[in-house]
Structures are given as structure tokens and as C-alpha cells.
Design a protein around this ligand. Sequence first.
Ligand code: ASP
Ligand code: CP
Length: 331
Amino acid sequence: MQTKTLEPLFDFATMPSPMLNSNGLTGQDILSVSQFDRDTLSYIFGRAREMREMVERVGGVDLLKGKVLACLFYEPSTRTSSSFIAAMERLGGSVIPITQGVKFSSISKGETLADTIRVLEQYADVIVLRHPEIGSAREAAEAASVPVLNAGDGPGEHPTQALLDLFTIREELGTVDGLKVAMVGDLRYGRTVHSLTKLLLQYNVSLRFVAPEILRLPLKVMNEVIDSGLNVRETHDVADVIENADVLYVTRVQKERFTDLAQYEEVKNYYEITPEIMAMAKKKMVVMHPLPRVGEIHDSVDSDPRAAYFRQVRNGMYIRMALLAAVLGRA
Ligand code: ASP
Ligand code: CP
């Protein structure tokens, strides 16, 4: 059965990460969205708004002067790496960027993740890590004495993306409670979907999951959704959800996670959001995408005011500025 060959990837790390407290984020790791309660979220969102105002007014400040960020990426990235770098630089700090593929670092000589982390913390005050394995951010955090921020651990989580996604929903629609959120695409391997779904469980939302059979939400995440008691439905068809959705969260099929490329070929063009589909949607709704897109949203949707994905990108920098300031004790 196809599902069986895909399932083992979803052995999420079971150890809960410590909850964060808005009064004491200093020195904390950010590994999972499960660490955030609504108070901490509203604290971070408030700080992100202040960062936005500051950037719009003066471009940058010296809040993190003398602090160094190590940006360690074992997987490709445009947004997450660049926005963390921009965030650090706009706050007056500096960056060790290991983002050009780890082939240029001693990782290519076989250095372990734990050793790499122990080395980087000799130079840096905070480490941002993207890695292809679930649980890698936790492993790094165990090796490190400086805060580790999870920038995506394989098909596990992408917590800072979920924070910026939730912030975007809040900024675009003014509220989160009461909304109908539809997630479309690769719900199985999409780590941004896993993190955002878990974060939304703290709100009074209705959830709609739209995916072909082999890309349905992993059982472990679905069980959390069901336990939350929220209104939830699964479907294969965008047409079932488009008229009522307040948020359409579209995702890319994660080609790099498939062991069988024939399966990828079967589902890669399953959805495309077009102006015709947008014509069925509410006047006040938002289309979001963590990006990159590879055909899930037609370019002609970009000029629709409901297309929020580039505003979403910009919010990522403000959220990451707020997070860096908080974990480095400069809140
Ligand atoms: N950029 C996001 C991630 O790294 C989504 C994607 O790659 O499709 O998870
Ligand atoms: N949204 C996101 O994580 O983008 P990158 O993969 O480009 O960092």
C-alpha cells in the first residue's frame, strides 16, 4: 500500500519541548510550535509590529550590536535564511552564513551535527538550523549552550514559519478566532502545514484539509486536531472549500521527500489556484503560501489583492527580528 511506504518518515520527536514564557524567552531554544501559548504569541506579535514600525521609520537599530548569529543550513533556502540574516543585520548584529550548501563546510568531511554545533557556539550567540532530519533541531539544542532556532527539520516542523503565517492571518484579517482555514497541497510532508495546524489548535477555527490521498495530513497531527474538538473536514477537492474559506493556505508538493519519484509525478500537478477559482472565493479572504511555489498558484493571481504571499514573506523578517531579540535577552 502506498501509504505504508510513506509512513515511517512521520516519527515525530515525542519529547515535549519546554513551554516558553513571554517574560523569559532569553536563552531559550525554539524547536516546536508546541512551546507557544497565546500570551507568548501575542507578545511576539506585538514585538514584530514594533520591529515593522522601526524598519519603516529608520531601517535598523543597534539592539543586537555585538551579537553573532550562525545560520546553518543543510537544505536549500531563500526566505528563511535571508530573513534571519536581514533580521540580525537590521538589529545591528552580524552573521556567520553557512547557507551555500554545507558542501563548503567541514560537514562535507564527515563532521557530525553535534560537533558542528559545538564549534559554532564558540563563535556565535544563537544558531539557526535547517536540516533534513526530523528531530535534528532538538539534537542540536541538546549539544548547544546557546539558543537553537529550528528553521525546518525535514518533514517535521518549521515553527518560525508558522509564527509568521499566523501573524500574517492576524494582520490581514484582524483576527484568527472564528476563521475557516483551508490547507491545500502536500499536507503529508509539508512541515509548515504541520506547524501551522498545531498552532491554530489554540484558536477557535474551522480546519479544512485538501489533499490527494497520498498527501493527507499525517495521522499523528490529525489526531491532535481531532482531540482539540475543532470543526474539521478532509477532502480531495478545492471546490469543496473555496466558497467558505477565509484563508487558503496553499503548499508545494515536497519532491525532495519522496522515495518513489513516480508517486511524486502522480500528484505534482494536482492543484492550481487560478483566477477562475479565486472568482468563487469570498471577497475578504487571503491566499497564502510559504513559498517557493512551483505551479500551485498561477502568476495571474498575484495581482489579486487577496494574494498575501509576498506580504507574508516580509512579515517573516519582522517575526524573526522579534524572536532574535527575545532569545538574546534584548526584548
Ligand atoms: N519553504 C518551505 C519549507 O522549507 C516550504 C517549501 O519548501 O515548500 O518548508
Ligand atoms: N518558506 C520557506 O521556508 O522558504 P525557504 O525554503 O526559501 O527558506
